[in-house]
Write a protein that binds this ligand. Structure first.
Ligand code: NCD
Length: 307
């Protein structure tokens, strides 16, 4: 049985299959409307979520399956002190597959060790968020037409932003991908990612703290929110929260075909004035999240469109 804890739990071939299946789902949704009939997805969310949880639930419903779960630790037995290990042992007998979000890094990995159903990490602390990465990859592949030969700007909270961490791990497996990391000094990507991922694989990257001068060389600009909930004190958050605000004036420095992605939720980092710019694709990106999650559920449950 397979669990998806890190984006590297999927090979490049697996990702290719999932993206192709997602595209088939987009073109012929009716073909997949019953493939999960009689199956249940449990969403175990110990941390807030809108898109990830609801797109998982919509994905399972679109496949003809059912969903159950909780959307906050307070409304589950975690509030009484139950461990993740005990919870997942029980949920394994209620559902066929589960998606778990947890504020602690590694919690979904622990769950996987005690689970008899596939566990999907729906975000663990500041660590990984593999299904957001699949969403990002589908967006890039469909709207940019390729996953290789890309200069990717990552902007905002690169220290705590798990979507960025997972995206880096996934993208370095494609040819000629370079990164431009744009963040305040204090929110740079963690050293372990530089050492174990970028340096080890000889991936070119630069770190800067101003956005405008690097804009012209970017194929993609991946904006992120400053992760308030992971800060140790509120003053630091307040000082750093508006470090980068992408607006129409800054977009003038970008190429005509540069795409702006954002995992959402957005706070202040993208001005609403660019929402109608055709290069701003973050709402389309959120829409793609349902299709990749449908494809992933099918893959993990070993179902195909013909049954
Ligand atoms: C992201 C997350 O939860 O890490 N949201 C999402 O799943 N789309 C990004 C964020 O919360 O900033």
């Amino acid at each position: 049985m397979k669990h998806i804890i890190s984006p590297l739990d999927l090979s490049v071939q697996d990702i290719d299959d999932i993206l192709n299946l997602s595209e088939n789902i987009i073109t012929s949704p009716e073909k997949y409307a019953k493939v999960c009939q009689g199956k249940k997805l449990a969403t175990l969310f110990y941390e807030p979520s809108t898109r990830t949880r609801l797109s998982f639930e919509a994905a399972m419903m679109n496949l003809g399956g059912n969903v159950l779960g909780f959307s906050s630790a307070d409304s589950s037995s975690a509030a009484k002190g139950e461990s993740v290990a005990d919870t997942i042992r029980v949920i394994s007998s209620y559902a066929d597959i589960c998606a778990m979000r947890h504020p602690k890094e590694g919690a979904p990995l622990v769950a996987a060790q005690y689970s008899s159903i596939p566990v999907i990490n729906a975000g663990d602390g500041g660590h990984n968020h593999p299904t957001q990465t699949l969403t990002d990859l589908l967006t890039i592949k469909n709207l940019k037409g390729r996953l290789d030969n890309l200069t990717i700007g990552l902007c905002g909270d690169l220290k705590f932003g798990r979507t960025v961490h997972s995206l880096i791990r996934a993208m370095i497996r494609y040819e000629n991908v370079k990164f431009v990391m744009i963040s305040p000094e204090e929110l740079r990507i963690p050293d372990y990612l530089k050492r174990e991922v970028l340096d080890r694989e000889n991936i070119p990257y630069e770190e800067v703290n101003v956005l405008e001068p690097v804009m012209p060389k970017l194929d993609l600009l991946y904006m992120t929110r400053v992760q308030r909930e992971r800060f140790f004190n509120e003053e630091d958050y307040i000082r750093l929260k508006d470090s980068f605000i992408l607006d129409a004036k800054k977009m003038k420095h970008a190429r005509e075909d540069m795409l702006v992605l954002h995992p959402l939720p957005r706070v202040n980092e993208i001005s609403t004035e660019i929402d109608d710019d055709p290069r701003a694709v973050y709402f389309k990106q959120a829409e793609y999240g349902v299709y990749v999650r449908m494809a992933l559920i099918m893959k993990l449950l070993e179902l195909d469109g013909d049954c």
